[in-house]
Design a binder for this molecule. Structure first.
Ligand code: GLO
Ligand code: MG
Length: 343
């Protein structure tokens, strides 16, 4: 048994297409996915706005809510919750140059339209969290945007959402690059500063993804710790990443086991989940996997997360204190390695 509740997004089971080649697996329907998610042990589903309401651009506001109600009924049927809704501001012709920070005012308006519709969908699905993964809020050509103006636009957009709905909470999912080269909001420090600059910082927090911290050259556990120190870690995307290259979304712990252990440890020591927060997994199935292996990365990640939770439970704080008092960090380091290597 884990002390945590876990969540997953439908995009984590996909067909395997990448920038260099086509799909390698068949499409699985949303309902089939969530049945399996429940079966594997997940408690909640993460949504993009158009995961819940496909083709939402061509629907009226009323139709969007009607569609969202059908998804809510499905969630209820399988006793699942919605964790958050994230406006998908990176797929549309209107967001080629970004959404909230696009140089086109028309595109910025479109981004707000999607953000407000995402809030309506979240309300219908019974969740209060809006995640902003700011995929294209940044530059490919550095001189194309002012970093000052772009940051101000982002804060304005967040203020617009806070004003639109008095109950929602905004979680900025930080990422330094990909698909853009330089992001407006690359790390938890940036997210916390943007929160502080908003009109209601008590409703603007962060979501830390392990791979994104590694892409920024930072330790995910430290990023988690920083946001927790501010009382603003309201979501995580645990996964893994081999160094500073393309975003890999590997199964949790498979590349950096000690870092993964320390993420779990910092979450546990600081009571993550006490306010209903989920441990989200944002892991992608490998392209090489066959159809019947579509969920193995999720099963593996959950298994690893729970095993590391058990390791962190066993962590001998008395011994740690003794090592710290004696400044015997070699002993402490070896203790951690033995804890991870043995049984
Ligand atoms: C990509 C992000 C992405 C988001 C998801 C929810 O790098 O991790 O998967 O988490 O779109 O906003
Ligand atoms: Mg993510």
């Amino acid at each position: 048994m884990s002390r945590f509740k876990y969540s997953v997004g439908p995009w984590n089971v996909h067909e395997g297409a990448d920038a260099y080649g086509p799909a390698t697996r068949d499409t699985i329907s949303f309902e089939e996915k969530i049945i399996k998610f429940k079966d594997i042990g997940f408690d909640a589903i993460q949504f993009h706005d158009d995961d819940a309401v496909p083709n939402m651009n061509s629907l009226t506001e009323k139709e969007i809510i009607e569609e969202a109600k059908k998804v809510k009924a499905l969630l209820d049927k399988y006793e699942l919750k919605a964790e958050f809704v994230a406006p998908r501001l990176w797929m549309d012709p209107h967001t080629v140059d970004g959404g909230f920070t696009s140089n086109s005012s028309e595109d910025r308006e479109f981004a707000m339209w999607r953000a407000y519709r995402s809030i309506n969908i979240a309300n219908t699905l019974g969740c209060e969290k809006i995640v902003l993964w700011l995929a294209r809020e940044g530059t490919l050509c550095y001189e194309s945007k002012s970093p000052v103006q772009a940051t101000k636009w982002l804060i304005e957009a967040i203020n617009g959402m806070l004003t639109y709905d008095k109950n929602i909470k905004i979680l900025i999912e930080t990422k330094p690059n990909e698909p853009i080269d330089r992001s407006v909001c690359p790390t938890m420090g940036h997210a916390m500063a943007i929160s502080a600059a908003s009109i209601d910082s008590s409703r603007v927090g962060g979501l830390l993804e392990s791979a994104h911290a590694i892409l920024a050259g930072l330790d995910p556990a430290s990023e988690i710790g920083f946001a927790m120190a501010m009382g603003k870690l309201w979501g995580v995307h645990l996964n893994d990443q081999n160094g500073m290259k393309f975003d890999q979304d590997k199964s949790f712990g498979v590349e950096n086991l000690r870092q993964a252990f320390n993420q779990m440890k910092v979450l546990m020591e600081n009571n993550y989940g006490a306010n209903g927060e989920y441990i989200g997994l944002d892991v992608k199935v490998m392209r090489t996997e066959k159809q019947d292996g579509s969920y193995r990365h999720l099963e593996n990640s959950l298994k690893i997360a729970k095993a590391l939770e058990a390791k962190a439970e066993k962590f001998d704080c008395g011994f740690q204190e003794k090592c710290v008092a004696e400044r015997d960090y070699e002993a402490l380091e070896m203790y951690v390695m033995e804890l991870l290597m043995n049984g």
